[in-house]
Design a protein around this ligand. Structure first.
Ligand code: NAP
Length: 307
């Protein structure tokens, strides 16, 4: 599909893409670029790229596809570092969890001869780094592509084919709409998890140890989400500020309504809300989005943990 693919940032997502691209034979030559020499060494040890370098300039030369897979806050710097060295006609894509700010960060530094086609795989775990990746991460998951009004159709088709090759189903969206939808489905739940687990860590030591000891599935599930990479999530909230604040406002209003219902002993209200939310879970299961496909590169213990 591509002659030379360069992936910048070999963490969970970048290394999963590298594994998938190699496994599916989607590139003739695959280059890994990461600012961390230890990550480059690990990539070569794992055998998930043909070459690994800390030089972004060398990495992107002659590449017909460049994938930026770094935290959203680092995208602008990466764009500036690679802009002058990109091959005319090359496609630049990314995997960031926020889309409009990535477009704003990249557009000024990319030459007009290069196609920018942003994307976001709706797949992930709370683990980070090159060892955390696995090729099956994207199987049966959505990949949202957010082309720009002037994007070349051919380039969009190539990015579509890339994600389909990695096992994903494609949805095309406007970047701002993506940020609103993901604000509800992903960013707000992470914020709530970070807050609940943060509240527990602020408790007095004796209460805290009991919370951990008797952590029932509710709290335990939140701790899994709240174990997600702090750099990545800091950047998500700083770069999707408007949508997150808007959704947080609505959430606060709904929480206040719950608070009132509990105070007034309004069981009907609680039952009605809980019944509606239960049917959402059913719909997600029916859509096949509830669990991860098996990840053969992981131990049984790790797989159980991921689920
Ligand atoms: P990760 O595991 O932390 O990996 C990011 C990698 O990028 C690290 O190796 C990091 O090196 C490297 N890096 C950071 N700044 C760089 C720079 N300026 N130049 C070169 N390399 C740099 O993160 P991830 O989970 O793969 O996330 C990557 C992107 O995918 C983020 O934009 C995130 O929003 C998006 N995403 C994540 C998920 C998820 O569930 N994790 C899901 C969908 C999309 P250091 O460790 O040395 O900083």
């Amino acid at each position: 599909m591509f002659k030379k693919v360069t992936i910048i940032g070999l963490g969970l997502i970048g290394s999963s893409m590298a594994r998938g691209i190699l496994q599916q034979g989607l590139a003739e030559y695959l280059v890994a670029a990461d600012k961390d020499q230890a990550v480059c060494d690990k990539v070569l040890e794992l055998g998930i790229a043909d070459e690994a370098t800390t030089s972004l300039k060398e990495a992107v030369q002659d590449a017909d596809l460049v994938v930026i897979a770094v935290p959203v806050g680092a995208v602008e710097d990466v764009g500036r570092s690679i802009g002058p060295y990109l091959m005319p006609g090359a496609i630049v894509t990314d995997v960031g969890s926020v889309k409009q700010s990535v477009v704003d960060a990249l557009r000024p530094s990319l030459p007009s001869s290069v196609h920018l086609i942003p994307a976001h795989p709706i797949a992930g775990t709370e683990f980070s780094g090159p060892e955390a990746g696995f090729a099956e991460l994207f199987h049966g998951r959505w990949a949202i592509i957010t082309p720009l009004p002037d994007s070349s159709i051919k380039a969009v088709e190539k990015i579509t084919a890339l994600w389909q090759g990695l096992g994903s189903t494609i949805e095309i969206m406007d970047p701002q709409h993506h940020d609103l939808v993901l604000g509800i489905t992903s960013h707000l739940p992470h914020l709530i998890a970070y807050t609940i687990v943060g509240t527990a860590t602020d408790l007095e030591d004796d209460v805290k140890s009991e919370v951990l000891k008797f952590s029932a599935s509710g709290f335990r599930d939140f701790t899994r989400i709240a174990a997600s990479d702090p750099t990545m999530w800091r950047d998500v909230f700083l770069h999707n500020r408007v949508a997150v604040l808007e959704i947080l406002q609505r959430f606060t209003e709904d929480l206040t309504a719950m608070q009132k219902a509990i105070r007034r002993g309004d069981g009907n209200y609680l039952y009605e809300v809980f019944s509606r939310t239960r049917s959402i879970r059913k719909q997600i299961i029916e859509l096949g989005q509830a669990e991860y496909a098996a990840a053969p590169m992981l131990s049984a213990e790790d797989q159980a943990e991921r689920q």
